[in-house]
Structures are given as C-alpha cells and as structure tokens.
Write a protein that binds this ligand. Structure first.
Ligand SMILES: [Zn+2]
Ligand SMILES: [Zn+2]
Length: 442
C-alpha cells in the first residue's frame, strides 16, 4: 500500500480471515516498524488477544467478515482521489468499464458516519450491496476480496478509477457514462477476466456468451514456436524478444503509464508475435509468461494471452510496418477517452504520432472484433489512438519506440487536460504548420 501510494501515514489498515476469526493491523504502528506481533487476532465475537490493540477501525473489518461470507481479506485506506470524491459525496459512475471489476455498475459512496462506530459499518455495508469496493464519505475507501492480493489490487484499481474520473471532471465536462446493458455485459465478463482456463468456475448462459474469448490453442511441438511448457525441456524460442517484452512492461510501471495489470505489450517475431499473458503481474513475469501467437490467431504454451490479444493481432495483420504494440490505461489518456475527445494539434509533438490529431476510437466492448475495427479506423495512418472509455494504444517499429510513443501520448494528454483545466481551450496550430511538422517527423 505504501509503495503504491494508496496509504497516507498510518490511516490505512488491512486484514485477512483466518480460522476462528481474522488478523488485523494494530492501532497506530507505522507499517515499516510492524512485526508479526503487531498483527492482532480477533475472534468473530469481536474480542481480541495479545498485547496490541487492533486498529480503531477494526469494526468495519469485523462487520465485513460477519456479513460477507466470501470476503477473506479487507483493505481500507484514505488515498487522495477516492478521499476527494468521498468529500464530494459522489459515486464513481460507469465512465470506464473497469468499474465492473468491483462487482457493480457504479462504486457507491457510503453516507457519512463517525469513524469506528457501528453506524459507519452499517452505511458501508449498504454502500457495498453486492459490490466489493466502496467510498466512505469524508473519509476514504474500503474493499474486500478472496485474498489479500486481490483486495489490494481492487483498492489500487478503485483509486486509479477515482483519479481518472476526477481528471476527466477537471476539464469542465462530465465524462460519457456507459449504458446499463453494456455494464451488464461487463459484469459477466469480469467473471472470466484475468483468469487462466483452469481457474474458471460454473458460468451462466449469459456469462458464457460474454466470456473473454480465448483464441484457439495449438499443442506446442518440441522446439516449436510456443515451446517451453511444463515438463518440456526444449529451450524457449525468441528468448531475447520475450525478455524485451517483460522489460517494456516493467518500464511502463516505472513511467507510471500502467495501472495494475491493465496494460499489455507485444512484438512481432517470425511467424507471428509475442504478447503478455492474461492477469500476470509484471513483476512476477518470466519469459514463459510471454505467449506466442501465430498470424492465424492461435496461441501455444500453457498461458492464455492477454484478454486484449485481438487488438495486437489486428495491428500486425493490418499494418505491415508495425513491429511492436503497447496498450495501457494511463490516467490522462483514459480521462480524455471517457470524454470521447481527440487530442488536437495544441502542440507540435502531436505529429510524432503520424497525424495532425490523435483520434479517439468509438467505444466497443474490450476484447471484441468491433473494438479492433474502431481502433484501426481511429489510427488511419497514425500510430497512436485513444480508445473510448478505456485507454490508449500505439505501435512502432520496435518496442522502445512504441513505449516512447505511449509515454509521449500520455504526456500530451496531460498537457492538454492541464490547459483545459484553466477554463479556456488551448490554441490549435494551423493545418499548414502541422503539414510542416509531419514532414519534419519523417
Ligand atoms: Zn479510515
Ligand atoms: Zn485495456
């Protein structure tokens, strides 16, 4: 939480369910001084043992474990953007499809009540409903999950969404909210999101119809392009390129253009391309997590490719000079995408993407052919595009250049939104000047 920047001082706290009760952080101990003895056991009668008092907010944790059987971990914090929205008593609406990752069509803000009281627990549970994340008015946010990793992921994702939403609002215009029936589809999709096939449980017909569509899998032959599955001694082909994809992902984290596991990267290799696997955190990626796909759209190996493999695939099929693709949901590009706005020629560097504007592709459901089609339309002859209510994508002649352009697009989006936040629209460069720029960028 400290590393992610979602905790402020000692205001955050975390817990997990154990046999007979749960473990929660002690009151007022700075995280960097915590030892296992500072983690307090509480039983489900609300009694604690040991010499340290639990966090003054133990009651919210306790009431989640009592009321939500599937909750096995809770994360509570006062991160900047969630707390700012909570002070406005605002929900996070469906301005981005990732809102569905919290289990509903909106993330609700619980009514204000004094911290540590039963009244706060009650208003928190009302705000949750069947969702796993909520804001707490004039206070912060809280979420739960099936384990600490997933609860932490959701806390960070909630803060990312709050930041994107506030950034969009800073332009003075409200973001476009996705329709109800699209969010129904998203809720179905999130049952299968970020999961490898072995992790999928029973799905309803509607959920199966909208499941993340995995491409066909080919058996890896010894020394074949996929190679290197469990029990296979053959060396991984394209090892150098696999490492370069991982390096690019880690650089996305360092640059702050990736949020959670929402970004993905790929590069063209002989006979196809290499793309990041679905739902594997970048810092845990090994070369075996980089999936080979051929240009027939089949993958090999034991990991499923990113749920967004189709955009990569369609770029390699349609754009001969594209040799690398970077996709992410960085804050400012995502905020503009939620406003369905292009980046105009307010700065000459817009021409670095190969055109006089950077276009925003029309909204389509992630992972679908419709999204690939609208992305290709938005590209035209350009190398970077926004994706409505989603994020950005770009390609280049190699991973370094694609990463550079992804970061440059986010810098331009940030500069443009910062100019809009003054209340006046920035001056746009004339067409003939942008023609000169396009010539210069060759
Ligand atoms: Zn608090
Ligand atoms: Zn995406």
């Amino acid at each position: 939480m400290n590393r992610m920047g979602i905790n402020q001082g000692t205001s955050g706290n975390a817990s997990c369910r154990v046999e007979g009760g749960f473990l929660v952080t002690a009151s007022g101990v700075p995280y960097e001084k915590m030892t296992p003895a500072h983690i307090v056991f509480m039983d489900l009668g609300g009694n604690y043992t040991g010499s340290y008092m639990p966090s003054s907010e133990w009651r919210m944790h306790y009431d989640i474990y009592k009321s939500v059987p599937e909750a096995a971990a809770v994360v509570h914090a006062h991160p900047t953007y969630c707390t700012a929205l909570s002070a406005l008593h605002r929900n996070i609406p469906a301005f981005h499809y990732m809102v569905a990752a919290a289990g509903g069509k909106e993330i609700h803000c619980a009514e204000y009540a004094t911290f540590g009281t039963q009244a706060l627990s009650d208003s928190m549970l009302t705000a949750f409903g069947s969702r796993r994340s909520a804001l707490l008015a004039n206070h912060g946010m809280i979420c739960h999950g099936p384990n600490l990793d997933k609860a932490l992921w959701l806390a960070n994702e909630t803060e990312c969404l709050a930041k994107q939403f506030i950034t969009a609002l800073a332009t003075g215009s409200p973001p476009v909210v996705l329709p109800d029936d699209e969010m129904e589809v998203m809720l179905a999709k999130f049952k299968t999101y970020g999961k490898q096939p072995s992790q999928l449980t029973a799905l309803s017909d509607f959920e199966r119809r909208h499941a993340i569509s995995a491409p066909p899998r080919l058996e890896a032959t010894a020394g074949g392009a996929g190679g290197g599955g469990p029990g296979c001694d053959a060396p991984l082909p394209f090892l150098e390129q696999r490492n370069k994809v991982i390096e690019t992902c880690l650089a996305m984290n360092r640059m702050g253009i990736n949020q959670g596991t929402s970004g993905n990267a790929s590069c063209r290799v002989e006979g196809g391309f290499l793309v990041t696997a679905s739902g594997v955190p970048y810092e845990k990626m090994t070369p075996a997590h980089i999936v080979f796909m051929d240009l027939g759209g089949n993958y090999t190996g034991s990991y499923m490719p990113s749920s967004e493999w189709r955009m990569h695939y369609d770029i390699y099929k349609s754009v001969p000079e594209a040799a690398a693709v970077v996709h992410a949901h960085p804050t400012y590009c995502t905020a503009l995408s939620a406003l369905h706005r292009n980046i105009p020629a307010f700065h000459y560097m817009v021409a670095a993407a190969g055109g006089k504007e950077i276009h925003c592709a029309e909204y389509a459901t992630f992972g679908t052919q419709a999204l690939s089609d609208s992305m290709l339309t938005a590209f035209g002859s350009r190398r970077s595009a926004l994706l409505a209510n989603h994020g950005m994508i770009c390609h280049g002649p190699n991973l370094d250049k694609a990463l550079w352009l992804a970061n440059e697009t986010e810098c331009l989006a940030k500069q443009f939104i910062t100019a809009l936040a003054t209340g006046s629209p920035p001056v746009v460069l004339p067409d003939d000047e942008m023609e000169v720029m396009l010539a210069k960028f060759k």
